[in-house]
Design a protein around this ligand. Structure first.
Ligand code: APR
Length: 170
């Protein structure tokens, strides 16, 4: 089981083997973490995303799945892009959010990544309530069968940091 650490800060300034992006299915960028990663990571990331779209991910990356690209100018070897579910009150999509963490760790294992930095997937534009997202994230990482040694949750504000700290303390 990986060690879980929490950091309050900007994920694009982290040093890690892999940095996870809260992407959308297009893989062609966006706002939030996605925007920050492409801005600081530079065009090499988007170039590889475009190649994926031209290849086996022609229809885009499905929700809950993960795929790796170069990390470009980021202080990491890879970016692992994953697409979180948009929160719905009409259906329970928790399994898809858990899948983001599980699939990102599976890709990290394929790459041989030892430390992986995660944002709080789906808790921004996709409006997932922080406490529930933190619960799903921590429970999924704790239950994952992975060789990753450190999972670092990088939280962008105090509310997110407190939500994850409460779950990690359980
Ligand atoms: N570092 C760490 N965390 C960040 C950063 C950053 N630089 N920027 C934003 N966050 C936090 C947000 O505060 C939120 O808690 O990441 C969490 C996820 O927010 P989003 O980036 O909005 O991601 P998500 O909710 O999964 O929505 C994905 O938003 O940016 C678009 O292209 C993206 O369509 C996709 C959607």
């Amino acid at each position: 089981m990986p060690t879980i650490t929490l950091v309050r800060g900007d994920i694009t300034r982290q040093h890690a083997d892999a940095i996870v992006n809260a992407a959308n299915s297009s893989l062609l960028g966006g706002g939030g973490v996605d925007g920050a990663i492409h801005r600081r990571g530079g065009p090499a990331i988007l170039k590889e995303c475009r190649r994926l779209r031209a290849g086996h991910l022609g229809k885009g990356l499905p929700t809950g799945r993960a795929v790796a690209t170069t990390a470009g100018d980021l202080d990491a070897r890879w970016v692992i892009h994953t697409v979180g579910p948009v929160h719905r009150t009409t259906e329970d999509r928790s399994g898809l959010l858990a899948s983001c963490y599980r699939e990102a760790l599976r890709v990290a294992d394929e790459l041989g990544a030892r430390d992986v930095a995660f944002p709080a997937i789906s808790t921004g534009v996709y409006r997932w309530p922080l406490d529930d997202a933190a619960r799903i994230a921590v429970e999924t990482v704790r239950g994952a069968d992975t060789s990753v040694e450190e999972v670092r949750f990088v939280l962008f504000d105090d509310r997110a940091h407190e939500a994850f700290a409460a779950q990690a303390a359980r």
